[in-house]
Write a protein that binds this ligand. Structure first.
Ligand SMILES: Cc1cc2nc3c(=O)[nH]c(=O)nc-3n(C[C@H](O)[C@H](O)[C@H](O)COP(=O)(O)OP(=O)(O)OC[C@H]3O[C@@H](n4cnc5c(N)ncnc54)[C@H](O)[C@@H]3O)c2cc1C
Length: 438
């Protein structure tokens, strides 16, 4: 059967790979001049900068790991230890391992009571029910109590564990207040956290999509070809791109949710269209500050997470990229990635963001000469996030799709490569079942 995949981020590439494996004739249309979407790499002055995604999370990214193994690429992943320190508002520093929840229990600002409450809550979460698959919106929806993550954390863990554990981790991962997020996803991740191992492909996270599309050998790739219109035929579908039309038996829509909503509007019930249009994407900014000569070759951590009870903070995390992935910088060089929280961005100009990124870099790592470059990455729509009610609303949209169209994208769960890959593979399998044998 002929299938068209629209969108070449990790979701679309996983869909194309899966459909190609099933021997369908696949064409993938991507608006940009390369695959990868929000995981693409930017090569600048010998540095390999991550425009978006920084790392994969091994054991808790099961489908991504399985596909990388299947393609024989997993042995190439570069492991990353994720040594971090919390930088308190009074300048005190507390070493932790970003991937080890128990390491946060040693933070000296926590009392014995805080630690005991943390352990008790973790045990309750491990023993109690919860989504088995944090990337399956239907599974997550069953455990959505309507409570937000901040209220749950303050109530179950206490104020200091919220400030010194939950808030810094969430600032780094999602850059929004925990009150904007629901609980089923973080609860499911906490239950699996012992399996978390960070790693980066040698070419950066963008390489995952390149590997997938490279392994989908028969897939015809149309880059720099945004799809402009989708029409229903008696049997199948027609898409318009670059002034030409292309026909297929089925479609996988693997763009951002609002793009899928626009393209499919004539073919969707109004409620499903509105749900897709309103799927939340947050504003996001990060700054890459590059040095040809590393000013801090002996700094003891890879990640600095600013903390401080009750403080509003513009910057959520700072990462030394030579530690994350040595191959991403020229020998002897360094890039600091400065990751901003979302709420202040609406009031910040590009110049404000760059100025603050430099000041926070010096506070986190110490004195340094002027950098060789400063590169701002700013997104109107950066990360997909899920507040209470999100998973059920979005999951219901699958049932409203016309025959022969399946949706994929990280927005069914919460931003992340695994959410995208899982949804892409699932959309391909669903469509394959609808279309029947080749
Ligand atoms: C700053 C940042 C940091 C991140 N860090 C991490 C991380 O460390 N680890 C992690 O796992 N995840 C991370 N993420 C999230 C991760 O990048 C996303 O979850 C993932 O890229 C989503 O994949 P997707 O395929 O669903 O969507 P996208 O990657 O957005 O891909 C959608 C694609 O559709 C294309 N498209 C849109 N319209 C059309 C059209 N009309 N025709 C054809 N093509 C079209 C777009 O060009 C794009 O390539 C980060 C994201 C950002 C922004």
């Amino acid at each position: 059967m002929k299938v068209i995949v629209i969108g070449g981020g990790p979701a679309g590439c996983a869909a194309a790979y899966t459909l190609d494996k099933q021997k369908h004739a696949v064409q993938l249309f991507e608006a940009a001049d390369g695959v990868g979407g929000r995981t693409r790499q930017l090569h600048r002055d010998g540095f390999n900068l991550a425009t978006g995604a920084l790392f994969l999370m091994g054991g808790i990214y099961p489908r991504t790991s399985a596909l990388l193994r299947e393609m024989g690429c997993d042995a190439q992943l570069v492991p990353w230890g994720g040594a971090a320190e919390l930088l308190d508002s009074d300048g005190a520093r507390y070493p932790v391992s970003f991937v080890s929840l128990p390491s946060y229990l040693k933070v000296p600002t926590l009392t014995l009571g805080d630690r005991l409450r943390m352990v008790a809550s973790m045990v309750r979460l491990m023993l109690g029910g919860g989504a088995a698959n944090p990337f399956d919106g239907g599974d997550l929806a069953r455990f959505d109590s309507g409570e937000d993550l901040e209220s749950w954390s303050r109530r179950s863990l206490g104020e200091r564990p919220y400030e010194y554990i939950v808030r810094p981790i969430m600032d780094f991962l999602y850059a929004v207040p925990a009150s904007w997020l629901s609980t089923p996803f973080p609860h499911a991740i906490i239950r699996q956290a012992h399996r978390m191992r960070l790693s980066v492909p040698p070419g950066g996270v963008g390489q995952v999509s390149e590997w997938l599309i490279g392994a989908a050998r028969r897939t015809e790739l149309h880059l720099s070809t945004p799809v402009e219109r989708v029409e229903r035929l008696d049997k199948g579908w027609r898409v318009w791109a670059d002034g030409q039309s292309y026909e297929a038996d089925g479609l996988v829509m693997a763009t951002e949710a609002f793009v899928a909503a626009r393209l499919l509007q004539p073919h969707l019930p109004e409620a499903a269209h509105r749900t897709l249009m309103e799927a939340p994407y947050t504003e996001y900014a990060h700054v890459a500050i590059g040095y040809r000569t590393n000013p801090w070759p002996r700094h003891r951590s890879d990640i600095v997470l600013p903390v401080g009870p009750g403080e509003t903070r513009n910057v959520g995390a700072l990462v030394l990229h030579s530690r994350r992935h040595p191959g991403s910088v020229p020998a002897g060089g360094e890039v600091v990635g400065v990751y901003f929280n979302t709420p202040p961005l609406a009031q910040m100009s590009d110049a404000d963001i760059e100025r603050e990124a430099l000041a926070e870099t010096l506070r986190a790592f110490g004195p340094a000469p002027a950098p060789d470059f400063v590169h701002l990455f700013r997104y109107d729509r950066g990360l997909t996030i899920a507040g209470p009610g999100h998973y059920g609303r979005l999951d219901a949209v699958h049932a409203a799709m016309p025959r022969g169209v399946c949706l994929a994208g990280d927005y069914f769960s919460q931003a992340g490569v695994e959410a995208a890959v899982f949804s892409g593979e699932r959309a391909a399998l669903r469509l394959g079942r609808q279309l029947g044998a080749v």
